[in-house]
Structures are given as structure tokens and as C-alpha cells.
Design a protein around this ligand. Structure first.
Ligand code: ATP
Ligand code: MG
Length: 792
């Protein structure tokens, strides 16, 4: 049903208001009006207008009135198909009936009463039908939710629970936003179908996973499965001479040039780019990105003011979106938690990089962390993916690219949780859970609903990108997730670490923010509304991160400590093998190797000499520190042993008596896991030269005159040893500049697996130790990793 009002004459021809399309002359106008797109929008308009005809606008009911109560009342006039309640205040609702005659029946009745209140009922307002809701998009642009307004609204509520609901209301996609997106998807599918018959455009990601925020991107998949079938059928017909097109220029002419079964991702990407650029109105800034993992075409839409991307045949992403939708529908606490944590993470610069990529968590990975936490509360709020699979029926079975993606399609098939904790407690629990979580030492598995030991993955880690789509599952078995500081297995593609892009820095930052949030959640300011009008609850939690601010407040970071994180990805192959079969002992075994590397660093690379332990008797040591630590100066296996013979340093721990590696000088493998305290070590060293001063220049000069290939600082032990030697040779009469103690300890399990080295200057009369330590802070972790690799 096209109307004359749709077409406007312009100096350059005609303009179709319905489709926002210009045509230069009458012939092209007629072609446009008969075209699929215009016809489709006309049909849609008729449908929408019928919906308006069968809807009424109601107000005057109590704010807490539920949809069910409204439905129960209005069902007396005819079957109700939909109820939309205004999201902000619950002050009005639109009731949509299945038939228009029910509307007339409602309007014919003079008075309506519900719960003692008189209702105001009127016909639903008729709005002009447009492809894009320009006003809403413009409004969203003009009024991005300001933090001030949000904070004000949050402070007005009565509890943290209400605050979290308010966060959802403030950020969620509005109805008009959703409608605009739906229309664009329909339009795109129309256009693409003209070139690629039977193709589908399927939205996924936050536009449809129930966690979308205003202005979030529109993620789309172009599914060509049916088109491939269409093409192969057409090819067969062609060979038998059936169904030849009359003009030879049929809509599927692209298919006569491109065989979808053999087309490369690059060819498909070019095709999508061309169609988007030339044929979809309102789309601009089209750009294809040929990343190895997932080639994608990015675009913007003018009227909807949104950014989107199209990937091809990305069926796993569509499926994992359905999984998030399911989780959201299983328990009403999931959405407020996810929205609150997405905003918190954005404020703290932990997640939500608008351009994707980079070393931050993406929103998908963050949402998986929330789901994993809810699988681990007691009693669980969400079932594991394995349990969900068992709850699915036969028709719901689904395997994509060899991965089992079976789960129930509807929440109804899953028994409700027995957990009754409120949102305020659960949010606090999230921070507690992850502030104690050993990310580097474990792998988050939503499939099993538990943290798997990292050792299970040490022999599977692969740097290679995932095998190409369609590859058989055997090939997939050979690969494994790319391990990093944070390891979150995708619930379906079990060879994919969705947080594989995270840097060590982001991991540290995530840990620090969780600890701070956890501490704050213990305070009354979090739990109780301020009687004096001060900010409370989520408001303080959402305070934006101040760059560098947390660092100086953190007392431990100012102390003389250096941490060496457990980094599975840099370990040598043989060590990985050894660790993979060592269960929980992997930490002490790794630490033992690390200590050998640390000793090599001080002794061979920086040429420190073993120092006298201050307070020379065993009794003094024990009385002083209450520790049983001993001088553990030891040497890298195979290198010569020097000095380190303070009486205190020769004491053996009972568990080490008889150790076969004990030398005549009291040297021992103090860190053997069978020893008494294999998770600790201690050394005393003396440095007689300023091996840190002017080091870069010495290094540069050395590399100029040598054949040795260049390596980054700390990347090659022989170069670094020679740099130290050069510095040492310049000084004629060295003195002991600094003497210091190093206490090392391996941590993990209830926190991130790492070694912590604590430095204590024992003799620093000239005040050089700070400079030396400053140098060690950046040099030591790199050099130790290099030495560790060499050890094998
Ligand atoms: P937003 O766009 O608001 O940041 P989102 O949930 O849409 O949130 P995106 O990063 O746009 O997140 O990802 C869109 C979808 O792509 C996700 O829902 C998921 O299906 C898929 N996806 C994103 N990142 C990954 C990943 N690392 N591994 C597997 N699938 C991913
Ligand atoms: Mg998205």
C-alpha cells in the first residue's frame, strides 16, 4: 500500500520519503516503487498501523502494577497480545490486542477501575512511520547518560538493589532503538537477498543478548548456508539446461561470478563491502578488516547513528548470544548484575573498548565472568553449560564447527535456583570471588562451572589462530587455547580463550580494582543510604578511575617488592611438560626453576657476590626475624660456585638433611619441593659496582662492535653479562656499594600465581640502593624469564 504522500517531486527528480531514496526520473521511480524494498516497507507500515489500531494507551494505575495484572484486567475485552509499560516510572502502558474490535470495546466503556483507582484510557497515538526513528537517535546522541544525572538518580533510591535496577533502566536499549535496529536488519536482508538469494542477516551481540546499552554496536552475521545450497542447485539446473534467466542479468548474477563453496574470506568480504556501500541507504563509512581470526566489515548508519559490523557465517557467535539470552532469562538477577558490572568495568578502564581489540576485557568476556561467578555461588544461581546440555531435548541438539552447543532454547526447561541472595550481596560476592581468583594459575570453564588447573592446558597451548571454519574436529584437537594472564574458555569453542588479548597490566589492574571494590563493599557507605545526602552505594563504586591514582595509595607497591607472574605462554617446552604432570605442585616446581634463574641473574649476569649475613649466628637470626631462613646462595647448575659461606648460611633445615645436592660448603637445593619450605627462599648479595648506571649506552656501544644479533634489554644473558663486565672494568678500586637481602616466595591458589621478591638493603651507607632497585624493577622480570628459558 504505497501512498502518494510518500513521493515528493524535487528539482532533481523524485524523493521517496518512506525509503529515504532519490530517483532521477519517472522510470526509475516506478522501478523503485515496484521494488522489493519499497514494497516491504509498505507492508511493514500496514502491519504497524494495524498494531496501532488494535492498541490503547492507559495511565492512572498504581506504579507497581505488573504486566500480568494489567493483562488480567484487559483480557475481558479480548485477547491481549502485548503489553508495554513505560520503563522509567511505570506510569503508563500500551495494551495491544490481537483484534482491533477489542480496542473499540475498551473505549466504548465509560469508566475503568483497577485496584480502586480510576484508569485513563485513550486510543494509541498514531505516529508517522519512518525507517529510522530520527528523533530518538538524535536524542540519544544529544543526551548521552551523564554521570551526574545517573549519580543523582542512584542517590534517590532506597537500596543498592534498587540502584542496580535503576542502572538497567538507565542504560538499556529503548523500544524505539530496538525497533530501528530491527528495521535496519530487515532492510539489509532484503537488499542482500537480491544478490545472494536465501541469505540471512542475523543480529547477535548486545543488540539482542538483553545486555545492550544505548548506542551499542550492531553486530550482524551474514549467513550464506542456504545461499550455498541455492547456488549448487542452480549450477546443477544450469548443467541440465533448466531455469535459464531471460535477460541474463538476473538478481543472482553475482552468483554466476562467484562460487560460494570455494570463495575466499577476502572475496566474500569484498562482496559485502560493495553491497553495503552501493545498495543500503543510510549506510556509510564502510570498511573491511581482514583480521586472521575473524574478517569483518564495519559500517555506520546515518539515521540510527550507530556503528555496526558484519561477519560471515559466524554461527558460533549467534549461538553464544542465544546462550547469554538464556542465562539472562534464567534468573532476574543476571541482568542487573551484568549491567552494573559492565558499567563499573567501563568506568575503571577495564573493559568496553569501543573499537574492540586492545588489551582490555571485552563485554562478552566480562559477561562470561559474571555467569561463571553465578555458577559458583552457593547454592548456584546458574547451571553449568554441561548441566544445561543435559536439560535440553533432542530437537535442541546443536553442533557448530564440531563444537557441542546444545542447551535448552527456553528458560522454562531449567529448574529455578534455590539461591535467595539479593543483588547487593551478590555484587559484593563478585568482587570477593575475583579478588581471590588465581587467573594465571587456572582456566575459567563455564562448561564445567569450575576453575580448571592451568597444568591441564600446558601441553596444548597454541599460538596459531583457530583452524579455518569447516576444518574437521580432529584438526581442532591438536590446538588449544592461547594462554595468558587471564584464561576464560569460551563455553562452546573450547580452544578459544576469550580473554587471550589481555595484557599482564590489565590483569593486575583487574585484580587491584576487584580488591578495592571488595573493600568498599564491606563499608557502610556501600550498604546504607546516606542520611546526610552524601553519595553512597553504587555511586562511589562507579567513580571513574584516576590514572595512576590507585598506585600511590597501594602501600605494597611502594615497598621494595618485585613480582614475577606465572606466565604459562613463555615457559620452555620441557618445563611445561614437567609442570603439566605435577598437579598442584606445579607452583613450587616452577618457583624452584625461577630461583635458579634468579641466582644466575645476580651472580652471573649482574656479578653480585654472596654477602655476609648481618648478625652472624643462627640464634640471632631466629630471634631477630622469627624466621628459619638461611643463606641460600647457590649457583646455576653447572656454573662455578663462589663464596657465600656465612655460618648462618650453612644451617640445614631438618627436611633437607641428607639432601644429595648438599655440597661441602653447605650448598643445597633448598627449593626442592620435598624440602621443608619449598615455597620460600632467601639470599644475601653484595654489589660492588654501579652496574645500572649508563647501562644502555654501554650496551649500544658493545653491540656496535660485536657480531652478536641485537636483543631487547634483558633478552640475552651473554650480552647482559658482558655489559656488566664492561662497567666493572672501568672501575679501578671497587668497594661494596650495597648489600641486600632478597626474600622470595611463591603465591597462588587463593590469589594470582606469582613469585614475590622482597628486597631489604642491609648495608647502604652511600644511599645507592634505591637506584639499583629501580633498575631491577624493569630488568629483573625480563632477565629472569630469559634465563628460565635457557635453563632448559
Ligand atoms: P558491546 O558491543 O556492548 O561491547 P557485545 O556483547 O555486543 O557488547 P562485542 O564485543 O560487540 O560484545 O561482541 C559481540 C558478540 O561477539 C558477543 O556477544 C559474542 O557472541 C561474540 N564475541 C565477542 N568477543 C568474542 C570472543 N573473544 N570470543 C568469542 N566470541 C566473541
Ligand atoms: Mg557488540
Amino acid at each position: 500500500m504505497e501512498t502518494n504522500e510518500d513521493i515528493k517531486t524535487t528539482p532533481r527528480g523524485f524523493y521517496c520519503r518512506l525509503c529515504s531514496v532519490h530517483t532521477p526520473n519517472q522510470v526509475s521511480l516506478e522501478a523503485h516503487v515496484k521494488g522489493k524494498r519499497h514494497q516491504h516497507l509498505c507492508r511493514l507500515r500496514t502491519k504497524r498501523s494495524a498494531q496501532v489500531e488494535s492498541s490503547i494507551f492507559v495511565s492512572g494505575f498504581k506504579p507497581a502494577t505488573s504486566r500480568t495484572e494489567l493483562s488480567e484486567y484487559f483480557e475481558q475485552f479480548g485477547p491481549v497480545s502485548e503489553i508495554i509499560v513505560d520503563k522509567d516510572k511505570g506510569k503508563y502502558a500500551i495494551i495491544e490486542f490481537s483484534e482491533a474490535k477489542s480496542t473499540q470495546a475498551v473505549l466504548a466503556q465509560l469508566e475503568h477501575r483497577m485496584q480502586g483507582l480510576k484508569l485513563r484510557v485513550k486510543p494509541r497515538e498514531k505516529k508517522e512511520f519512518r525507517l529510522a526513528s530520527k528523533t530518538s537517535a538524535a536524542d540519544a546522541q544529544k543526551n548521552p547518560i551523564s554521570l551526574e544525572k545517573l549519580n543523582y538518580d542512584l542517590c534517590q533510591t532506597a537500596s543498592v538493589n534498587e540502584q542496580m535496577q535503576k542502572v538497567v533502566e538507565s542504560f538499556q536499549l529503548s523500544e524505539s532503538d530496538r525497533n530501528g535496529r530491527e528495521l535496519l536488519v530487515e532492510l539489509m536482508e532484503e537488499v542482500f537477498t537480491e544478490f545472494l538469494p536465501d541469505c540471512q542477516i542475523i543480529p547477535f551481540g548486545s543488540s539482542v543478548n538483553t545486555f545492550g546499552v544505548q548506542s551499542c554496536d550492531l553486530d550482524l552475521v551474514l549467513d550464506l548456508e542456504h545461499t550455498k545450497a541455492f547456488q549448487s542447485q542452480a549450477m546443477k539446473s544450469e548443467q541440465t539446461g533448466e531455469n535459464q534467466s531471460e535477460d541474463g542479468q538476473s538478481e543472482d548474477s553475482i552468483l554466476s561470478e562467484l562460487d560460494l563453496a570455494t570463495a575466499t574470506p577476502a572475496e566474500l568480504l569484498d562482496l559485502v563491502t560493495a553491497i553495503l556501500r552501493k545498495c543500503v541507504p543510510g549506510v556509510h563509512r564502510v570498511q573491511s578488516l581482514r583480521t586472521v581470526r575473524l574478517p569483518v566489515v564495519k559500517f555506520s548508519h546515518r539515521d540510527l547513528k550507530l556503528q555496526g559490523d558484519i561477519t560471515i557465517n559466524n554461527r558460533l557467535a549467534v549461538r553464544n548470544t542465544r546462550f547469554l539470552q538464556l542465562c539472562s532469562g534464567l534468573d532476574s538477577r543476571v541482568r542487573p548484575l551484568v549491567y552494573t558490572l559492565r558499567f563499573w568495568a567501563k568506568q575503571k578502564h577495564l573493559a568496553g573498548n569501543p573499537f574492540g581489540g586492545g588489551p582490555l576485557l571485552n563485554n562478552y568476556a566480562l559477561t562470561l565472568l559474571v555467569i561463571f561467578y553465578l555458577q559458583n555461588v552457593n547454592p548456584p544461581i546458574l547451571p553449568t553449560v554441561e548441566q544445561l546440555k543435559d536439560m535440553a531435548c533432542e530437537e535442541e541438539e546443536c553442533v557448530i564447527d564440531g563444537w557441542d552447543c546444545t542447551f535448552p532454547s527456553q528458560p522454562l526447561g531449567v529448574p529455578p535456583s534455590k539461591n535467595t541472595e539479593d543483588l547487593c550481596t551478590l555484587l559484593h560476592g563478585f568482587f570477593t570471588f575475583y579478588s581471590k581468583f588465581d587467573f594465571p594459575g587456572s582456566v575459567v570453564s563455564l562448561r564445567e562451572g569450575r576453575a580448571l588447573p592451568i597444568t591441564d592446558f600446558l601441553c596444548k597451548d597454541e599460538e596459531k589462530p583457530d583452524p579455518p571454519e569447516g576444518s574437521d574436529s580432529k584438526q581442532k584437537q591438536a590446538a588449544g587455547p592461547k594462554l595468558g594472564p587471564v584464561n576464560i574458555l569460551d563455553p562452546f569453542n573450547l580452544h578459544h580463550n576469550v580473554a587471550g588479548n589481555l595484557s599482564e597490566r590489565t590483569h593486575r589492574h583487574l585484580h587491584r580494582e576487584c580488591c578495592e571494590a571488595e573493600k568498599y563493599c564491606r563499608s557502610l557507605q556501600y550498604q546504607r543510604k546516606s542520611a546526610k545526602g552524601k553519595s553512597w552505594g553504587l555511586v562511589r563504586l562507579f567513580a571513574p578511575r584516576v590514572e595512576g591514582g590507585t598506585r600511590s595509595q597501594d602501600g605494597t607497591e611502594r615497598s621494595l617488592q618485585i613480582s614475577i607472574p606465572f606466565r604459562a605462554s613463555v615457559l620452555p617446552e620441557s618445563l611445561r611438560k614437567k609442570l603439566s604432570s605435577s598437579g598442584n605442585a606445579f607452583r613450587v616446581i616452577w618457583f624452584g626453576k625461577l630461583c635458579t634463574a634468579i641466582e644466575a641473574l645476580f651472580k652471573d649476569v649482574l656479578k653480585c657476590s654472596p654477602a655476609e649475613k648481618p648478625g652472624s649466628t643462627l640464634e640471632q637470626t631466629q630471634a631477630g626475624g622469627g624466621e628459619e631462613e638461611v643463606n641460600n646462595n647457590d649457583s646455576l647448575e653447572g656454573s662455578s660456585q663462589q663464596g657465600a659461606t656465612h655460618p648462618g648460611g650453612k644451617r640445614r633445615l631438618p627436611a633437607e638433611e641428607g639432601s644429595s645436592s648438599t655440597s661441602s660448603q653447605g650448598k643445597r637445593r633448598r627449593l626442592d619441593p620435598s624440602a621443608g619450605r619449598p615455597e620460600k627462599a632467601c639470599w644475601f648479595w653484595a654489589q660492588r659496582h654501579m652496574v645500572w648506571a649508563g647501562r644502555r649506552k654501554v650496551r649500544r656501544d658493545l653491540l656496535k662492535t660485536s657480531d652478536e644479533a641485537s636483543a631487547p634489554e634483558g633478552g640475552c644473558s651473554s650480552i647482559e653479562s658482558r655489559v656488566t663486565q664492561c662497567i666493572i672494568e672501568k672501575v679501578a678500586d671497587p668497594k661494596d656499594l650495597v648489600e641486600f637481602r632478597v626474600d622470595a616466595e611463591v603465591l597462588g591458589g587463593g590469589e594470582s600465581t606469582k613469585a614475590v621478591l622482597k628486597f631489604t638493603p642491609t648495608n647502604d651507607l652511600a644511599g645507592y640502593f634505591q637506584d639499583f632497585f629501580h633498575f631491577l624493577e624493569s630488568f629483573l622480570p625480563k632477565m629472569v624469564e630469559t634465563l628460565l628459558a635457557k635453563l632448559e
